[in-house]
Design a protein around this ligand. Structure first.
Ligand code: CMP
Length: 235
């Protein structure tokens, strides 16, 4: 990717939205470009970290392994998102694994450059704090969801989020998006693949979604049908 295209991409990244082009060029001159293939572990939980990453293209998952060896996906991140900042900020080992879900293009920035170029810029620092607050809110929502919602509702919420982030609206107002493998979805909603398969089937039977291979079409009346199911179940 040439300098121009990288600059264009960085301009669209939220944490750099208030930064001058000159400053972005300065940051870019310190970055290393890296392409990782699907399935590659980019960051290993518990290892010491000395760089952070910005996603130029592709999608990664942030995950932890439970004591029983079950993968728990904390979040999925995509174009414009960053990761690996926590170890640089607190000096502790990596808090989670970060694994490529697709072939992913990254920009890597060393600890020294992160601390001098990124955190010292008040616009970027304040944008990073906002992103970290958003991640904490999402983590709180997930804890609440895990304690108070059934798998069907958690899956519905996850599908709505995916549709919002990477969906394309169709002429009838429904939204189509490409789903992850069911085992990955199970790790995100805190369930098993079998239960997720059953929940998706129930959504199809209720006319909430149409599935075709990896494509999911979220029908326009998804939310209404979700409320109806909730009333049927919980009164
Ligand atoms: P670090 O601990 O250096 O390495 C793992 C990275 O995963 C971490 O920095 C964050 O960038 C990212 N991460 C950890 N927990 C979450 C979470 N709950 N949501 C989104 N990203 C996370």
């Amino acid at each position: 990717m040439n300098l121009e295209s990288k600059l264009e991409l960085l301009k669209g990244v939220y944490i750099f939205s208030e930064v001058s082009e000159q400053y972005l060029e300065e940051i870019l001159s310190h970055c290393k470009e890296k392409t990782v293939e699907k399935g590659k572990v980019i960051v290993n939980e518990n290892e010491l970290g000395d760089s952070m990453f910005l996603i130029l293209e592709g999608e990664v998952k942030v995950s932890l392994m439970s004591e029983e060896g079950k993968e728990i996906i904390l979040s999925t991140l995509r174009k414009g998102d960053f990761f690996g900042e926590m170890s640089l900020l607190d000096g502790e080992p990596r808090s989670a694994n970060v694994i490529a879900l697709t072939e992913t293009d990254l920009l890597e920035l060393s600890r020294r450059d992160f601390l001098t170029e990124i955190i010292s810029n008040r616009h970027i620092a304040s944008a990073i704090l906002k992103v970290l607050s958003k991640r904490l809110r999402e983590a709180n929502d997930r804890i609440l969801g895990l304690m108070s919602k059934d798998v069907f509702d958690r899956l519905a919420e996850y599908f709505q989020k995916e549709a919002k982030v990477k969906g394309r609206e169709l002429i009838d107002g429904s939204i189509v998006f490409e789903r992850l493998p069911q085992s990955e979805i199970a790790s995100i909603v805190g369930s098993s693949r079998e239960t997720v398969t059953r929940a998706i089937k129930e959504m199809v039977d209720r006319g909430m979604v149409i599935t075709s291979g990896k494509q999911v079409i979220l029908k326009k009346n998804f939310q209404t049908l979700l409320i109806i199911r909730h009333k049927e179940r919980y009164g």
